[in-house]
Every structure is written in structure tokens, then in C-alpha cells.
Design a protein around this ligand. Structure first.
Ligand SMILES: Cc1cc2nc3c(=O)[nH]c(=O)nc-3n(C[C@H](O)[C@H](O)[C@H](O)COP(=O)(O)OP(=O)(O)OC[C@H]3O[C@@H](n4cnc5c(N)ncnc54)[C@H](O)[C@@H]3O)c2cc1C
Length: 338
């Protein structure tokens, strides 16, 4: 019988992130489908709180201590390698967080395994694990299986139900003696924008996409990028939605045109941008052309506001198109939200 190991690092508050709980939920469903046993492996300063969220699995292995608090390739790789050996796992499943994405391929290599990343589906079919992965900027997907073990997998957020476990959970401590070479990198500080400034929110229920129309000349012959910025930020503040952008809008800064200062290329959604996984999406002042809309692959409820009744959204790409002035619509929406 294969053993499936869920692996992750605990968050700075000692708990598990939503993406980790989703990866654990995915591992649990696969283990049930394969009648495999499910273990958990946790890395962090103190893994006891996170272990409680894993209650219900067959065994929990933990590498803990101050040296394992921060994301550092050398210590994370040593810890995860030791946990994999202790669990003797045939399959190892983690979230595709930056920390796990950085370290799991290296551990797979050390253990003579293989890895498949950014998986969006795991299934048991005829007693075999089958995984789903999208290719070519989410235009096509493949289903894969492998005989080789250990088989490492990272799963994308927003694709699986989060594991719901709580209770007492015993942790088997795995000792890892770090050589000096594994301690050379130290984290001095973590600089991150405050929650209010951070407008890319992967866990948000809704995505607001801003298109280039926000900065174009309007009916009065003038551009109103400042008003646009206030309306967009006001909406984000009230709804805690995530912000995305069309390529044209983020590119405009480089062309010397009026821009929304809080937008970066990280906001870009589409063929050469991100493929977010929010349930609902609202596109504003964005034309809805295919290279943009291909990034909406996983957004299942779509609405758009555009002055042009013949824009791309009207051609089967949105559930609802409001043919209207987005400045007027978003002003009213913000008023209603107040
Ligand atoms: C290889 C390749 C890759 C690409 N990758 C991407 C990508 O990853 N992401 C991406 O976004 N694009 C991508 N593009 C570009 C894409 O084809 C479009 O050019 C781009 O998405 C257009 O951006 P937009 O809709 O914001 O701007 P525009 O096409 O300029 O549309 C602006 C829209 O705003 C509307 N508008 C103006 N004022 C208002 C108002 N007051 N109220 C309501 N509506 C208003 C207008 O009617 C218009 O429809 C790619 C293109 C290529 C060739």
C-alpha cells in the first residue's frame, strides 16, 4: 500500500495557510480513493498548532526549531528529505507556495524521485493516481500518471476543498542536524506591504479587472486617471476583492501615458500574465480580447462593464455585460457598498 505524505511549512503564526489546508484536502481525497495511508509532514519553528489542523491522518512528522522557521532552501530541503525518509512515502503532496515550490524539486532529485507541479486535479482511477496539469498558458490540459516513486506533487490553490481537521494530534519529532553549510543564509527581515496596500489577494472571493479604458479620454474629452484610481481603490477597500489588470493598462506606464500608480506587471491577467482562481470576476474598461480572457480560465462567474456593446465580453466571454460607463457604474456601486 502506498503512503501519501502531505508536506508543508507552517505559517509564522504557527498555523497552516489556506493553500496548505487545500493541499492536505487534496492529499486526503487521493488517499481515500487509493485506499492509501495518509501522513503529514510539518516544518517550522513550532509545529504543534499546525499538527492539530492535521488531526485525523495516520501519522504526523515534524521538524521544528528556530532554524526551520524561515524559508531557506538548505534547511527546508534537509528537513523535508528527513521527513520523507521517516514516512517512507511513495507520493508527497504540498501546496505550490513559493517556499514549497522552491524546495520540493530539489528534494525529489535527492531522493531519486520525480515531481509534477501546479496540479489542478488529483484522482484515483483504476487504482492508479491520475493528476491534471494545464499547459500552454492554460489553453490545454493533460492527465498524467507515473509509476516512479517517490512522486512529488505541488497543487495549485483554489482547486481543492480545504481539509477540516481539529483535535489532539501526536507529532513524531524528526531530528535534523544542520551542517554549517546549511545555515549560511539568514533572514534579517521580511518587508511586505500592509494588507491595505496589497491589492493582489489570491484568497479573495472576487477579482476586479481594470482595463486601459480607465485612463483613456472620456466623453468630456479628458482622461480621469485620478478618479479611476479612487474608484478602483474604493471598491477594493470595501469588498476586499483582488485587483487584476489588462496588459495594455500595465504597459501604459512605460509609454508615458496616465497610469494607475498601484498597478504593476504582477497584476496582469492573461496569456502572458496570471491565471487567477477567484470564483467571480468583474472586468471594467477592458475590451475582453482573447489574449486577456484566456487568463480567466478558472473564473467561473464573469461580468463586465464596457461602453462598447460589441466588445469581446459580449461574444460569449462573460455571463453578463453591462453596456455602461464604468465611472458611473463604479461610483454607484461604491455608494451602495457604503
Ligand atoms: C502575444 C500576446 C500576448 C498578450 N497577452 C496579454 C495578457 O496576458 N493580458 C492582457 O490583458 N492582454 C494581453 N495581450 C493584449 C491583448 O490582446 C489586448 O491588447 C489587451 O488586453 C487590451 O487591453 P484593454 O482591453 O485594457 O484595452 P483596450 O483594448 O484599449 O480596451 C479598452 C476598453 O475600455 C472601454 N472603455 C473606455 N472607457 C470606458 C468607460 N468609461 N466605461 C466602460 N468602458 C470603457 C473601451 O470600450 C474598450 O473596450 C496580449 C497580446 C498578444 C499579441
Amino acid at each position: 500500500m502506498d503512503t501519501i505524505l502531505f508536506i508543508t511549512a507552517v505559517e509564522p503564526d504557527g498555523g497552516l495557510s489556506k493553500a496548505s489546508l487545500e493541499a492536505l484536502g487534496a492529499a486526503k481525497a487521493l488517499a481515500d480513493g487509493l485506499s492509501a495511508s495518509l501522513c503529514a509532514g510539518l516544518v517550522g519553528a513550532d509545529v504543534s498548532a499546525a499538527a492539530k489542523a492535521c488531526a485525523g491522518v495516520t501519522a504526523i512528522y515534524g521538524v521544528s526549531g528556530a532554524e526551520f522557521a524561515d524559508s531557506r532552501y538548505a534547511s527546508d530541503a534537509a528537513a523535508i528529505e528527513a521527513i520523507c525518509k521517516a514516512a517512507n512515502a511513495g507520493m508527497v503532496i504540498g501546496p505550490d507556495s513559493s517556499r514549497m515550490s522552491r524546495v520540493l524539486p530539489g528534494v525529489a532529485q535527492r531522493l531519486g524521485g520525480k515531481i509534477d507541479t501546479h496540479l489542478t486535479g488529483l484522482a484515483a482511477r483504476d487504482g492508479k493516481p491520475v493528476v491534471t496539469r494545464w499547459y500552454y498558458r492554460q489553453r490545454m490540459y493533460a492527465e498524467l500518471t507515473r509509476e516512479q516513486r517517490p512522486w512529488f506533487m505541488t497543487v495549485s490553490p483554489g482547486c481543492f476543498a480545504a481539509y477540516e481537521g481539529a483535535g489532539e494530534a501526536a507529532v513524531t519529532a524528526v531530528d535534523v542536524a544542520l551542517p554549517d553549510a546549511a545555515r549560511r543564509t539568514t533572514v534579517k527581515a521580511i518587508l511586505s506591504p500592509s494588507a491595505g496596500e496589497q491589492t493582489i489577494r489570491p484568497d479573495a472571493a472576487m477579482l476586479l479587472v481594470a482595463g486601459a479604458g480607465w485612463t483613456k479620454k472620456q466623453a468630456d474629452g479628458a482622461a480621469h486617471a485620478d478618479v479611476a484610481g479612487t474608484l478602483i481603490l474604493g471598491f477594493l477597500d470595501k469588498t476586499k476583492a483582488s485587483l487584476g489588470s489588462s496588459k495594455s493598462l500595465v504597459d501604459m506606464g512605460g509609454d508615458g501615458q496616465p497610469v494607475l500608480p498601484f498597478l504593476t506587471h504582477l497584476h496582469q491577467v492573461g496569456q502572458t500574465g496570471a491565471t487567477p482562481r477567484h470564483k467571480k470576476g468583474l472586468a471594467t474598461c477592458c475590451h475582453g480580447e482573447e489574449p486577456h480572457v484566456v487568463g480567466w480560465r478558472f473564473v467561473s462567474e464573469r461580468r463586465a462593464v464596457n461602453l462598447d456593446p460589441n466588445c469581446g465580453w459580449a461574444r460569449g466571454k462573460a455571463d453578463v455585460l453591462y453596456v455602461a460607463d464604468a465611472f458611473a457604474v463604479m461610483t454607484k456601486v461604491n455608494e451602495l457598498l457604503d
